[in-house]
Design a protein around this ligand. Structure first.
Ligand SMILES: [Zn+2]
Length: 338
């Protein structure tokens, strides 16, 4: 199969004389920032590209410090996929050091972006602030990530309060698959049809996943659909499946934020007043704050959701599809029993 593919690419190379894109005699070397994104890219790439994650499984991208090996791997890559919308705080630094010349594709381009609510959300039913790359651009904190978000030079407003955790709705990942297929096809035109076909087949699985989660959530009575989270990373899930977001303890959309004692006290008071039974924490986060809150408010901690990264192959969330199924079951199970 590998020999046949090589032969077909060779023919395509001869036939595409004058094309500006270099045809690939070797499979594309593709990097993705997170393990979750690398899994989605690998599904679209199939056996026609090799895909590696910068941030390993079981590791929080919010806290990630790139290594010298990352810089080396990136300098050898044909293409880098990022989540975008201000998610990867480390990426501009890495690109400045080592990534000159590697094309960067933010898969969130074209996704309807929600604003971070800042830690205390009375109602999860947020309206999008715009379409990334078209009517809104997102910048991560004070660090200018615009160059990492693609090549947009338009006049879209730059926001620093974008919620990048779009993958918590599988429908947004369908947008990702289209961006990924387009970028792989542009870099490797000889395999364009295969990339688009892989994306289409995977999109069918994502639609089925969305229906499956919807059916699971429907088994939970509506008054139990309330989410209290450690940081604000389940907003897209909440909006898609009809959960109220009672609060996120840490402000600013990152696990690395800090909270002042007054705000923590007001969240504990809110949790007590509303009888919220559970705080949900991603497995990669420090659980100390959530444990304190849970103890003070007398509620349960579920600290094994996979949100920022996949688990290793032996864990419960080795792929994006597994991750979403596992989280949905864990959330619905914990709230149903409360
Ligand atoms: Zn996060």
């Amino acid at each position: 199969m590998r020999i046949l593919c090589g032969w077909m690419v060779g023919v395509a190379l001869v036939l595409s004389i004058g094309a500006s894109v270099t045809a690939q005699s070797e499979p594309l070397q593709v990097m993705a920032t997170t393990s979750l994104l690398a899994d989605v890219v690998a599904r679209v790439a199939g056996d026609r590209a090799s895909v590696e994650a910068l941030v390993p499984a079981d590791t929080d991208a919010h806290a990630y410090e790139p290594t010298a090996d990352d810089a080396l791997r990136l300098s050898r890559a044909d293409l880098l996929f990022t989540v975008g919308a201000g998610y990867e705080g480390f990426i501009q630094r890495l690109l400045d050091n080592a990534g000159a010349g590697v094309p960067v594709v933010a898969v969130n381009d074209g996704v309807a972006i929600l604003a971070l609510a800042g830690g205390e959300t009375p109602d999860g039913a947020a309206d999008p602030i715009g379409i990334l790359g078209s009517t809104v651009e997102c910048t991560e904190h004070s660090h200018d990530d615009a160059a990492a978000s693609g090549d947009h030079t338009g006049d879209e407003p730059h926001r620093t309060d974008c919620d990048p955790h779009t993958w918590m709705s599988p429908l947004n990942v369908i947008v990702w698959t289209q961006n990924i297929a387009d970028a792989l096809a542009a870099a490797d035109p000889a395999n364009a049809d295969a990339y688009h076909e892989n994306a289409s087949l995977y999109a069918d699985e994502l639609q089925a996943l969305d229906a499956e989660i919807g059916a699971l959530v429907a088994s939970l009575s509506p008054e139990k659909r309330r989410l209290l989270t450690n940081h604000e990373n389940m907003q897209y899930f909440a909006v898609r499946y009809g959960f109220e977001q009672v609060a996120a303890v840490l402000p600013g959309g990152t696990s690395q934020a800090e909270i002042d004692p007054q705000t923590l006290a007001s969240i504990i008071a809110l949790v007590r007043a509303q009888g919220v039974p559970v705080i949900f924490v991603e497995v990669t986060a420090n659980t100390a704050l959530a444990e304190t809150l849970a103890q003070d408010a007398g509620i349960q901690v579920v600290s094994d959701l996979y949100i920022e990264a996949l688990s290793g192959p032996e864990g419960p969330a080795p792929t994006y599809l597994d991750l979403m199924r596992y989280n949905a079951q864990r959330i619905v199970g914990a709230l149903a029993g409360s």
